[in-house]
Write a protein that binds this ligand. Structure first.
Ligand code: NAP
Length: 263
């Protein structure tokens, strides 16, 4: 069956990491478009605040969840579907950024990053895919990052996790197509959210979370595999990373300030 983008009459939209930044802005926009939206994150208070801020004609419901707990993910998906109906659109957006200093890396930062960004997303896919396959319909959007395109300073955990997510989305897109399930990947450049407070280097072409959410909503209505924005930045990055690694690695080092002698 040829997958098509889901519409609000197909079921609810579920957004992980829906309490803040991009996920929050997305929940508010989808609710304004009439979707029933369920948001998940760890902080119940933050989720309740998003639910309260939601304006109709749709509505936002809170489902607290730590995506690193795979059993809780399965249980939450089951509860959401029992309470609100089938999950038509799942936006797997929960993610953390922990900068790694290569001179003194901390294994705990790698482990935490992979646990949320990679394993957390995998847990969601495991809970969702069999249900969507059974229905012969569904849409899964995995939120990666432009950092996935190639190496960046301080991103040896985050970038690796986000590059893994692009590959994960490609595999799922290949396999789930024949079951009528649309799989997409989102690769944003810099978006002005609390996650950006940890970033030390320049953030060219940074956009606001509402703008990011608008571009995602537009992308979800299409069958495109990759939803990338702002394109003037992400396409330029793609062009840089299309160069041989022997060229782009020194170029990235220079442009990000890592070409200077160490203190
Ligand atoms: N901002 C950017 O420039 C940018 C660029 C490219 C890609 N992205 C990606 O976009 C996504 C959203 O980022 P953002 O910038 O909007 O960040 P954010 O404002 O920090 O939001 C992160 C969200 O993830 C949730 N979260 C974190 N750990 C979780 C866990 N273990 N279980 C469930 N939820 C968890 C957070 O809530 P709790 O802490 O309450 O759990 C929060 O709702 C991330 O995947 C990020 O990597 C961001």
């Amino acid at each position: 069956m040829n997958p098509r983008p889901c519409v609000k009459s197909d079921g609810v939209a579920w957004i992980t990491g829906g309490s803040s930044g991009i996920g929050r802005a997305l929940a508010l926009q989808l609710a304004r478009q009439g979707w029933q939206v369920v948001v998940s994150a760890r902080s119940k208070a933050d989720l309740d605040a998003v639910a309260e801020a939601g304006e109709g004609p749709g509505a936002i419901h809170a489902a607290p969840l730590d995506v690193t707990d795979a059993a809780a993910v399965a249980e939450t998906v089951s509860r959401i579907e029992a309470q609100h109906g089938p999950i038509a659109l799942a936006v797997l957006n929960a993610g953390i950024y922990r900068p790694i200093r290569a001179e003194a890396p901390d294994y705990a930062d790698y482990a935490a990053t992979f646990a949320v960004n990679l394993n957390g997303t995998a847990a969601c896919v495991c809970a969702l895919a069999p249900r969507m396959v059974k229905r012969g319909r569904g849409q899964i959007a995995i939120v990666s990052s432009a950092t996935a395109f190639g190496g960046m300073p301080t991103a040896s955990a985050y970038g690796a996790s986000k590059a893994g997510l692009v590959n994960m989305a490609e595999c799922l897109r290949i396999e789930l197509h024949r079951h009528g399930i649309l799989v997409q990947v989102v690769t944003p450049g810099f978006v002005d959210t609390p996650a950006q407070e940890e970033t030390e280097f320049p953030k060219p072409f940074m956009i606001g979370p509402e703008n990011a959410a608008k571009r995602m909503v537009k992308g979800f209505a299409s069958k495109r595999f990759e939803i990338t924005f702002p394109r003037r930045f992400t396409w330029m990055l793609k062009a840089v990373y299309a160069l041989p690694a022997g060229w782009y690695i020194p170029l990235v080092r220079k442009q990000t300030g890592w070409g200077k002698a160490a203190d």
